[in-house]
Design a protein around this ligand. Structure first.
Ligand SMILES: [Zn+2]
Ligand SMILES: [Zn+2]
Length: 143
């Protein structure tokens, strides 16, 4: 990856920039049912960024909140024009936020460091045998 990196929604109304160093971001694949329903795919490829290292440079997100088993609520930001999901992972007390790797201008550098919510993985979604796996959230030992 190159820092800063940029991304945005499908139509271009929302643009963002991230100034975090490579060592400050975390990358994971979340296979939970919420991600499946929300994304239309089998998992969300998450790039998690510390608060303060991310800013919207164009447009204004529309936020929606759903219930979260681990955090009470989960707040995600969407483009109000095209509906693309641009941010996520914001909960009470969270120290950062996530963007789906698919929203990056160059998604090719995404490299997952862990797979989470493998309890919900679909049979047509092969897991990477080299990555640590967590039934739900990455607390406790990996499998
Ligand atoms: Zn858009
Ligand atoms: Zn998920």
């Amino acid at each position: 990856m190159i820092s800063p990196f940029t991304g945005g929604c499908l139509c271009g109304a929302i643009r963002y920039e991230c100034t975090a160093a490579p060592s400050e971001i975390h990358m994971l694949k979340c296979h939970c049912r919420d991600c499946q329903r929300l994304s239309g795919g089998p998992y969300t490829p998450v790039v998690y960024i510390p608060a303060g290292k991310f800013k919207i440079t164009k447009g204004t997100l529309r936020h929606h909140v759903t219930q979260s088993e681990g955090w009470g609520t989960h707040r995600r930001g969407f483009c109000p024009e095209c509906g693309s999901r641009v941010t996520g992972g914001e909960s009470p007390g969270s120290t950062g936020l996530g963007v789906p790797a698919s929203s990056l201008d160059d998604p090719s550098w995404f490299k997952a460091q862990a797979e989470i919510w493998t309890c919900d993985v679909q049979p047509w979604d092969p897991l990477d045998p080299t990555l640590p796996k967590y039934d739900k959230y990455p607390r406790g030992p990996a499998k």
